[in-house]
Design a protein around this ligand. Structure first.
Ligand code: ASP
Length: 325
């Protein structure tokens, strides 16, 4: 066992309008501290990552687990995934309902089935079979937001929403973000990445985002791990998490890799997104193409850690080619 460990968590790329920044900062710090205490004691990155994501899933502030956003027809369909870098094992669930901790079901898929990704009814059946209790993650606040949005839609306030997701995002960017994720390196040298989300507000029923897709929302190998957030339709098309890990494999630090990959996403698809990363040297990185992306991190070299609402080098949407926005 070495002394080297690192952890970074995110609370979703987007804007913090109408949200108390201090509560957000405290939320990501609490998740990071939970994972950190496991790592410091020599625990496994898998446990640290799952525990950190569970904390965020339980906070209604974030769009994962309790407080997930609703689909167009008012249901909560969540996605989550977790990946072990040392073995390339991965577990993911898509469009799951009535669950408190989708990240734990993703872990169960990895450890207790021969599959990588289970979706919808089948995933729910698997959850009940393993004894996951039924739980309603829909909060009053999300229900009210949903009703307001639906009403606006009915009044024709978003005449173009159905044609272009981009247009809806432009008008209501704050509604689409708040996914959570964690990447951890433990003292045994293992890197684990995990991500959990309610997806995007008013998504079509059955829509699956980047979060459960290997290499899109989550990826980890022995050299590094990454967890992405933002508009899944952009993240999937560039395989954001894979890009970050691949850059680390070619020698980039976690920060360089995160920056390069998000820049590429910005240039290729221009949809808001962000990513967090850890490399095997125990360095963390985070970058986003959005106004904010709350993160908290700590490493063996900086054990007290830090919680921030945005990265110093963030690639603001304003810097992008306007034709892409
Ligand atoms: N990436 C998530 C999705 O598209 C949303 C988010 O990160 O906020 O489902």
């Amino acid at each position: 066992m070495t002394d080297r460990w690192a952890i970074v968590v995110h609370g979703g790329a987007g804007r913090l309008r109408r949200t108390d920044p201090e509560r957000v900062r405290a939320g990501v710090r609490k998740a990071m501290e939970t994972g950190k205490s496991i790592l410091v004691q020599g625990g496994h990155a898998l446990d640290a990552c799952e525990a950190a994501v569970q904390v965020l899933e339980d906070l209604p502030l974030f769009n994962a687990g309790t407080g997930s956003v609703l689909t167009l027809d008012g249901r909560c369909e969540m996605d989550a995934s977790i990946m072990r870098g040392s073995t390339l094992e991965m577990g993911a669930v898509a469009a799951v309902r009535d669950l408190r901790h989708p990240i734990s079901l993703a872990r169960a898929v990895m450890e207790q089935s021969d599959h990588v990704l289970l979706s919808g009814e089948g995933a729910m059946q698997f959850a009940r079979m393993l004894g996951f209790a039924s739980y309603d993650p829909v909060t009053e606040e999300r229900r009210r937001q949903w009703e307001k949005l639906r009403e606006k839609l009915r009044q024709g306030a978003y005449p173009r929403w159905a044609k272009k997701l981009k247009q809806l995002l432009k008008e209501h960017p704050e509604l689409f973000h708040g996914t959570v994720g964690c990447v951890a390196l433990d003292r045994h040298g293992e890197i684990v990445a995990g991500t959990s989300t309610g997806g995007i507000f008013l998504k079509l029923f059955g829509r699956i985002g980047d979060t459960p897709i290997p290499g899109a929302g989550t990826y980890a190998t022995p050299v590094g791990g990454a967890s992405a957030t933002g508009i899944g339709e952009g993240i999937m098309r560039v395989l954001l998490a894979y890009r970050v890990v691949e850059a680390m494999d070619r020698g980039a630090t976690a920060q360089e890799a995160a920056h390069q990959a998000v820049r590429t996403l910005r240039d290729l698809v221009g949809l808001e997104a962000g990513v967090i990363a850890v490399d095997r040297q125990g360095r963390v990185g985070f970058e986003h193409f959005s106004e904010s992306m709350p993160v908290a991190y700590a490493t063996y070299e900086h054990p007290e850690g830090e919680a921030r609402l945005a990265s110093e080098t963030r690639l603001l949407p304003e810097e992008a080619d306007p034709s892409l926005m």
